[in-house]
Design a protein. Structure first.
Length: 327
């Protein structure tokens, strides 16, 4: 399509890359192909899984290399190819192989498959939505699809001082639940003021909480058996996060490690659908939910954004603005 530049700035990874070594390179703007639309990226959030990709997963054979990382973005369609989207349509995109099997969002443009593009209302300010796609979709799916949360539930959010934890607390509070949130750092307890109760997690919660009916575990396999033991019969645990640094369950015996009458489920954000995104966006509007943005960086300063992510110094979502909305 005419009027588009031939090259763009992007982060390109082909090996394990410390944050200090991140640079923006000049690469070709992707050429459209059937079923894929070209999106001008306005903003994207940083995610823990991108850190895992950059520091470890990049070595795996199934990762396309070199790869532009980034599993989510908000932007505007600039070339729809043969899809039904009009030029100028505002969209959210996330997951489905983005930033792993095909180039992602740490760039000025991304070529994305139609089924991963979720149109937004035309009047929404895009740069303000950069904190929302993956974090809120995952929180939503974990709470409503997997945990089937209702307003009667007492929800435990374990490892709550991450973007996903803050989002889960906001959604659950909007629904009317009682929320118990944990952090492993005493100095961070004050960040969880939106929850009804805040607990310091020393690795053992079983025997220290009572009445919890649903649990969202963001620390993961390191503590999962303990989370399961913290619930009474009828309780459900959703395993969604891996913050504890252990990625799979070793020596997990379902017969002995899942207490009688307690249920275990999980959530994987790889399969967003138009229907769920619509429901989520309308819930967010209805309840006037604003994502907890920790810090906003300009794209030209992406190295600082990634260094801040590695340092863990930002509380809330790190958002990178590629292009401000026209006012
Ligand atoms: N299942 C899925 O499809 C899916 C989708 C999205 C995210 N996730 C997972 O959900 C988790 C949160 O993701 P995110 O992107 O929201 O993370 P994030 O915002 O990048 O948060 C990272 C922060 O979590 C904090 N944290 C809290 N409890 C921790 C603990 N026990 N151990 C280590 N760090 C802890 C750390 O700060 P402090 O240590 O200072 O508290 C760290 O700075 C990640 O494990 C991510 O992989 C899963």
């Amino acid at each position: 399509m005419s009027g588009l530049p031939l090259t763009m700035r992007a982060v390109l990874l082909d090996r394990v890359t410390p944050a200090e070594d991140i640079v923006l390179r000049e690469v070709p703007v992707p050429t459209v192909r059937p079923g894929w639309a070209l999106v001008k990226i306005k903003a994207f959030g940083l995610n823990h899984s991108e850190k895992l990709l950059r520091l470890n997963e990049i070595n795996l054979n199934h990762i396309h290399k070199p790869i532009i990382p980034g599993i989510e973005c908000v932007g505007e369609v600039v070339d729809p190819s043969d899809t039904d989207l009009a030029v100028g349509t505002k969209v959210v995109a996330l997951m489905g192989g983005m930033g792993r099997s095909f180039h992602g969002s740490y760039a000025e443009y991304a070529l994305l498959p139609r089924h991963l593009l979720f149109p937004l209302e035309p009047d929404l300010p895009l740069s303000a939505l950069g904190a929302f796609p993956e974090t809120y979709f995952t929180a939503w799916g974990s709470l409503f699809q997997s945990l089937q949360l209702t307003s009667e539930d007492i929800l435990l959010v374990r490892g709550a001082t991450c973007a996903l934890g803050y989002a889960a607390i906001r959604l659950a509070k909007a629904l009317g639940c009682h929320v118990v949130a944990t952090t492993h750092k005493k100095e961070k307890m004050k960040l969880l003021q939106n929850a009804d109760e805040v607990l310091l997690d020393d690795g053992t919660l079983s025997g220290k909480v009572s009445g919890v009916t649903k649990a969202l575990d963001l620390v993961g396999p390191r503590v999962l058996k303990d989370t399961l033991r913290a619930l009474d019969p009828g309780g459900v645990v959703c395993q969604t996060g891996l913050l504890g640094g252990v990625y799979t369950c070793q020596n997990f015996d379902p017969i002995k490690d899942i207490p009688n009458g307690v249920y275990l489920t999980g959530f994987f954000s790889n399969f967003p659908t138009q229907e769920v995104m619509k429901e989520l966006i309308s819930f967010i509007h209805q309840h006037h939910i604003t994502p907890d943005v920790g810090h906003v960086f300009d794209f030209s300063d992406i190295r600082s954004a990634i260094m801040a992510q590695d340092d863990g110094t930002v509380n809330g979502k790190i958002v990178v603005v590629v292009e401000e909305d026209a006012s």
